[in-house]
Design a protein around this ligand. Structure first.
Ligand code: ADP
Ligand code: MG
Length: 213
């Protein structure tokens, strides 16, 4: 399955999610290819740190910030992988547009803040464009960096905001604001691997994977 993690807004947690999803799928025995579509190369950097530290499984990772290159490479190589996870950068880039035409699922993480909700409308236009050239792009939005406190109204408000944007389906599997996510990604690890572990973070990642794949 080809999954693009995309949002035209930066700093929402796309790379953190992409790295965690790629590693988690590899840990369950899938052949995974992580593509860094952002010229900042943060996902590639996390995977290099992982490789240098000798953490297994290793993750195949390539950086293609240029849309036409991303498109031709994925078309040529996709049969070799079970899952391809594309981290599609922060702007309305050619890589993001190319990725949308290739993907089965677009996963849009957004934080429970107004600017993030507005950005969803922006990406909705790109989803329309991709759907005008091919059928079957599933577009899902999930909450990221949600308030870890119980009884937070983040989830209900987020679900309501997404309900106003018909291009998206809201998946009620939020990733909350937890140090484990930031710490793990910086070491090239998923939250499933860090020591000491964070069970809540691990459970959130697992719930997202069950809902997606
Ligand atoms: N669930 C989370 N909890 C806490 N911090 C997070 C979480 N997800 C991302 N972050 C932090 O937020 C910042 C932006 O994340 P990043 O994945 O680089 O976003 P993007 O790729 O969208 O620019 C980073 O410092 C990252 O460690
Ligand atoms: Mg990033």
């Amino acid at each position: 399955m080809i999954v693009t993690i995309g949002n035209t807004k930066g700093g929402v947690g796309k790379t953190t999610l992409a790295v965690n999803l790629a590693i988690a799928r590899a840990l369950s025995g899938r052949d995974v290819w992580l593509i860094d579509g952002d010229r900042q190369g943060t996902a590639q950097m996390a995977i290099s740190i992982r490789a240098d530290a000798g953490h297994l499984p290793g993750i195949a990772c390539a950086t293609y910030p240029d849309g036409p290159t991303l498109r031709s490479q994925v078309q040529q190589q996709s049969a070799k992988f079970d899952d391809i996870i594309i981290d599609a950068g922060g702007r309305d880039s050619t890589a993001l547009r190319a990725a949308l035409v290739l993907s089965d699922v677009l996963l849009v993480p957004f934080q429970p803040r107004s600017y993030d909700v507005w950005a969803l409308n922006d990406i909705a236009g790109l989803v329309d464009e991709a759907r005008s050239v091919r059928d079957g792009l599933r577009a899902v939005a999930i909450l990221i960096c949600a308030d870890p406190g119980e009884g937070s109204t983040d989830n209900t408000e987020a679900a309501a905001a997404v309900a106003d944007i018909p291009q998206f389906e809201y998946l009620p599997v939020p990733i909350r604001r937890r140090k484990a996510f930031a710490n793990a990604a910086g070491q090239g690890l998923s939250v499933l691997e860090i020591k000491p572990g964070d069970k809540k973070a691990s459970d959130e990642l697992k719930a997202l994977i069950s809902a997606l794949f």
